[in-house]
Design a protein around this ligand. Structure first.
Ligand code: ATP
Ligand code: MG
Length: 717
């Protein structure tokens, strides 16, 4: 048995899997088998009797990764892996808090707020405090609160003399209290509470320290400070910490992740020798070389080289489209071609930097009848209709959940007006009560009272009716009783929403199957923590669409990385951030290294995004990939001589400039022109002809842009 899963490992991997009981750090590049080593070590520990399945904890980055780990373990071990502590930081903290909700001051049925719910609650608090949303944008307050929590700082411990920051702190304080009143916690709170629970309660801490003799962490480079502190609390004197990561794949600095944790870990856990894995088993040589060359442009790396025995494979294909429509069209056609040639759709992925890019792709995939699945984006559980249904479920479990109350008290409409709601909120605030409690104990007068009473009765009756039903039937019943089904049935475009509601019943069914004895609270927690992965269960073979961030740790036979343009990837927001370009480059490294056999890099000169037409230069990352590794499908590569600063003008000369023979609608290279938005500039290059003719103009104000002559309305000057 043991030989089965150990055979095939290379000597370094085998040594790592079978390390004695001590803490270890594996620092290795993409595709070198870190996750495989970590999973195999769990199997080896359990199989050789060195750990019980419940005496270890493994932390992964996504629910998908956690599930995959459990599936692999099930294949390696003849045990039921269901109760094992394998999950994400959030998932594991949630589990800890549920088990000890009393000790940490939470109701048994505490609910988790996702980012949307959190923002809504912050807005409510701001309104109650009369804080102006224009001057103090709620999203910034949200960021402030989350980053304070991630640094382990409660509102009471925040200090500032700056009036704006003081305002943030006031909202933070009131928000904390409101969450406590409602019995809800946000994502950052899950971690902070779990941390505080263990740091304040020595008995509990020792219990877990003795229990978990092994703690294994994947993607360690992306842990933030608080997560690391939490891990340190859980690890006792006899706990072996097994940590794997890759500094080149650190892509969450913007959320507080800290690569420095790797250095700290090495020091604090007295790691004698960092283990390195250098053979890549995932990708062919050209893909790997492209990734290696790209990441070499970053500074301050811990440094490592990857090699593969797989041979060079195909060149990296680059396609430059004129418009984003053409780019999407190209991708869809290639996907279909590969599919015809025998690659399963699920083994292909299109990766993009920003969620907004998926819409056009989805549109064209839909039109072409190619099944696809979007990860991230608007998650299944974040859809309006699903939130409404879950709000009813939440209220049946916890009447004090104000967020849920507000969401459905007048949905479907019951004639409860904004003024009534306002009055209830004021009364609740004054009485220090939840909206529900306030409504019951001091209802507003007049006709409104009757309408509110109808709602109260509905929830009470609904709770009683579904109390004894299994979870999927509970949901099925509440969809009818609440009027949600009828509402969406009557709505003009409600069909998809109805389907989603039916899908929710399926989701509950699957959940019951997966989590034996799962309660309503468990399901609701799952809904908040899950990232839309449930749809995978029902979808047939489907192309995978996701942001590069969500592709972490995954692999596919063929990968398209699209939108490779300055401003999009690297993202324009990164320019002002510390090490922003470095982080974007690591993101690009992650993207490239997802591909096993075939990699496409695509870009469009002209793109419609966020309601604007943008004309972008090719991404600098394209220039950082050595030309011999690539095959430009429709154009010659950009000159690699132009390394360097942002938006460095890419002035093409010689053969690339066809101006002499080309119809440029009367314009010529070197000519001064004027554009309605960008002002005056000089034409520095040109391409194409007829309707497709475009020129590159250097605008002193706006930078260098490619413009389609037929659209740009340039004037000679
Ligand atoms: P990432 O940094 O992207 O998370 P990783 O280092 O975790 O990558 P894995 O996902 O564990 O890498 O492994 C990459 C691929 O290589 C997987 O398909 C894995 O099964 C395969 N692999 C790893 N080690 C070996 C080996 N010794 N022999 C054959 N295949 C291997
Ligand atoms: Mg991995």
């Amino acid at each position: 048995m043991r030989d089965d899963f150990l055979s095939g490992l290379n000597p370094e991997q085998l040594a790592a899997v079978t390390l004695p009981h001590e803490s270890a750090l594996i620092l290795a590049g993409a595709g070198s088998g870190k996750t495989r080593v970590l999973t195999t070590r769990i199997a080896w520990l359990v199989d050789s009797g060195l750990a019980s399945p419940f005496g270890l904890m493994a932390v992964t980055f996504t629910n998908k990764a956690a599930r995959e780990m459990l599936t692999r373990l099930t294949a390696m071990l003849p045990i039921n892996t269901r109760g094992m502590w394998v999950g994400t930081f959030h998932g594991l903290c949630n589990r800890l808090l549920r088990a000890h909700h009393r000790e940490c001051g939470l109701p048994a049925a505490f609910q988790i707020l996702d980012m949307q719910d959190q923002l809504a609650l912050i807005k409510r608090v701001m309104r109650a405090l009369n804080v102006d949303e224009e001057r103090t944008p709620p999203r910034q307050v949200q960021q402030f609160i989350n980053s304070q929590k991630e640094s382990g700082i409660r509102a009471s411990a925040c200090e500032s003399y700056d009036p704006q920051t003081r305002r943030y702190i006031d909202v933070y304080g009131e928000y904390e209290q409101q969450c406590q009143r409602e019995g809800v916690v946000d994502f950052a709170e899950l971690l902070l509470r779990a941390y505080e629970l263990l740091s304040r309660n020595a008995m509990l801490r020792e219990h877990y320290q003795q229990r978990f003799r092994h703690i294994l962490v994947d993607e360690f480079q992306d842990t933030n400070r608080l997560q690391y502190q939490w891990l340190k609390l859980l690890g006792g004197p006899d706990t072996a910490m097994f940590v794997v990561g890759d500094d080149d794949q650190s892509i969450y600095a913007f959320r507080g992740a800290n690569v420095g944790n790797m250095r700290d870990f090495e020091r604090e856990f007295r790691i004698g020798k960092v283990i390195r894995l250098e053979q890549n088993y995932r990708s062919f040589g050209n893909i790997l070389d492209a990734a290696n060359a790209l990441i070499e442009n970053n500074e301050g790396r811990l440094g490592k080289q990857l090699w593969t025995a797989a041979g060079p494979g195909e060149p990296v294909r680059v396609f430059e489209a004129l418009t984003d429509q053409d780019e999407a069209h190209f991708i869809v056609e290639e996907v279909r071609q590969l599919h015809r040639e025998g690659t399963a759709l699920a083994d292909m992925a299109v990766l993009y930097r920003s969620n907004a890019q998926s819409r056009l792709l989805e549109h064209q995939l839909f039109a072409a009848g190619v099944p696809y699945r979007v990860y991230g984006g608007l998650r299944f559980f974040e859809r309006q209709e699903i939130k409404h249904a879950l709000a009813y479920l939440r209220l049946t479990a916890n009447r004090d959940d104000d967020g849920a109350w507000l969401r459905v008290v007048n949905f479907p409409a019951r004639g409860i007006g904004a003024r009534t709601l306002e009055a209830v909120q004021v009364a609740a605030r004054e009485g220090g009560l939840s909206l529900w409690a306030s409504c019951c104990s001091r209802p507003p007068g007049g006709a409104a009272a009757n309408k509110l009473a109808v709602f109260v009765r509905l929830i009470d009756e609904l709770s009683a009716e579904i109390a004894e039903l299994p979870l999927p039937e509970k949901i099925d019943a509440l969809l009818d009783r609440s009027g949600l089904r009828d509402y969406y049935r009557a709505e003009k475009d409600g069909e998809e929403r109805l389907e989603n509601l039916e899908e929710l019943v399926n989701a509950a069914q699957n959940f019951q199957y997966e989590v034996e004895g799962g309660t309503v609270e468990d399901f609701l927690a799952h809904a908040s923590l899950e990232s839309g992965e449930l749809q995978a269960e029902v979808a047939q073979d489907a192309l995978q669409l996701m942001t590069v961030h969500s592709a972490k740790g995954l692999e596919f036979d063929a990968v398209w990385v699209c939108g490779l343009e300055e401003g999009l990837f690297p993202h324009e927001n990164s320019l002002s951030a510390h090490d922003g370009i470095g982080e974007e480059r690591r993101l690009m490294y992650v993207a490239i290294t997802r591909a096993r056999k075939r990699l496409y890099l695509t870009l469009a000169t002209q793109r419609q995004l966020y309601g604007q037409t943008r004309y972008n230069l090719a991404s600098r990352f394209l220039r950082e990939i050595p030309e011999p590794l690539t095959q430009w499908l429709n154009r010659r590569p950009p000159s690699s001589a132009n390394h360097g600063g942002y938006a460095a003008p890419r002035v093409q000369t010689g053969a690339a400039v066809y101006a002499g023979t080309q119809d440029l609608q009367g314009f010529r290279i070197g000519q001064s022109v004027k554009h309605g938005r960008f002002g005056q500039g000089v034409i520095v290059a040109a391409e194409g002809s007829g309707d497709d003719a475009r020129v590159q103009v250097n605008f002193p104000e706006a930078g260098v842009k490619w413009l389609l002559l037929s659209y740009a309305r340039l004037e000679a000057c």
